[in-house]
Design a protein around this ligand. Sequence first.
Ligand SMILES: Cc1cc2nc3c(=O)[nH]c(=O)nc-3n(C[C@H](O)[C@H](O)[C@H](O)COP(=O)(O)OP(=O)(O)OC[C@H]3O[C@@H](n4cnc5c(N)ncnc54)[C@H](O)[C@@H]3O)c2cc1C
Length: 338
Amino acid sequence: MCEDRRRRVKLINIRSRRAVILATGGFEFDEQMKLQFLKVYPTYFLGTPANTGDGIRMALGAGAHLWHMNCCSARLVMKFPDLAVALNPVFGGKGWSSPWRETELATETRGGTEGESHEAPSGVGYIIVDQSGKRYARETFKPHSFYYELTGFDSQNAFYPRVPSYWIFDQRRLDDGPLVRTGSGGAGPAGFYRWSEDNREELEQGWILKGNTVKELAERAGLDPASLAETVHRYNESCKQGRDVDFGRQRLTLVPLDTEPCYAVKLWPGGPNTQGGPQRNSRAQVVRPDGNPVPRLYSAGELGSIYGMLYPAGGGNLAECFAFGRIAGENAGQEDPL
Ligand SMILES: Cc1cc2nc3c(=O)[nH]c(=O)nc-3n(C[C@H](O)[C@H](O)[C@H](O)COP(=O)(O)OP(=O)(O)OC[C@H]3O[C@@H](n4cnc5c(N)ncnc54)[C@H](O)[C@@H]3O)c2cc1C
């Protein structure tokens, strides 16, 4: 037994007679692995900082093949240098009724397609812009694949123009409750940070930028003032017409930005978890590059999840954990004891 003081992890040798099941999560907090494998860097995550890809290194040492290393379930998150973990934004505020309720980007079925509903838009407005101050996608997008919108690289100028992006909103949103999800994650039960009810503390510490006008906000955020003002004007015109000619955002989500002052928060690629790790077969056995199992080695969960490029739906990660946890347990239990 020895102590790794840097990571405060106690190493213990345990003799296993039948098999080992690895379930050490992903590599959400290993900067080198994220840089090597994910499609865009930086990418920040919401869960435990203990997930540093240890199981991946162990499985590699045992001869495993890797899969899904460039995949993650991710979208846009808030990340502040003072905090170890990323936080989940609540874009629409309390009045935002969607199947995803208070959360994030997804309002796929809210209002259906353009012109379908006679209901008036409600709640608060917001847009997401890149570093040129322009919108680049329908913000009300599928929550776990918006990540791919952020991977576009400007090869002429050698940078990712959407990393970071900026969440732009007005006083109505600020007054509508915490900008962050508190039901789960770092500002929730995990307890990494207690976000103020009225967003005032985060405004004071500069996490939320404020401008009395859109142009002033742009200057504070380092965006081009004329470009951001034009973007907001164009978005507000779309709201008046009830039609987003640029990205086809659903009519019921077209709430204008018309209550100054206005605000911005930096957003980064990120989300709950990475998917990559040792490849497993249908018996949850970790396999070698030739497809044969590594003897007595099993895995479950997001350490080499079955999901690749597109995470199918909310709850998919946990379903995977339950299913492969059970399969791995049953099969490992049937190995002959050494
Ligand atoms: C805020 C948030 C919201 C989420 N919401 C949903 C949702 O709504 N639906 C859904 O399906 N999924 C959701 N997920 C994802 C889901 O929680 C994870 O995919 C799932 O918990 C992964 O389980 P796991 O057992 O594979 O890994 P984890 O739950 O991450 O567990 C891995 C464990 O291994 C430990 N560990 C790592 N290295 C070592 C080591 N060397 N030695 C000992 N222990 C080690 C870690 O400390 C950790 O406890 C969410 C995740 C977060 C963070």
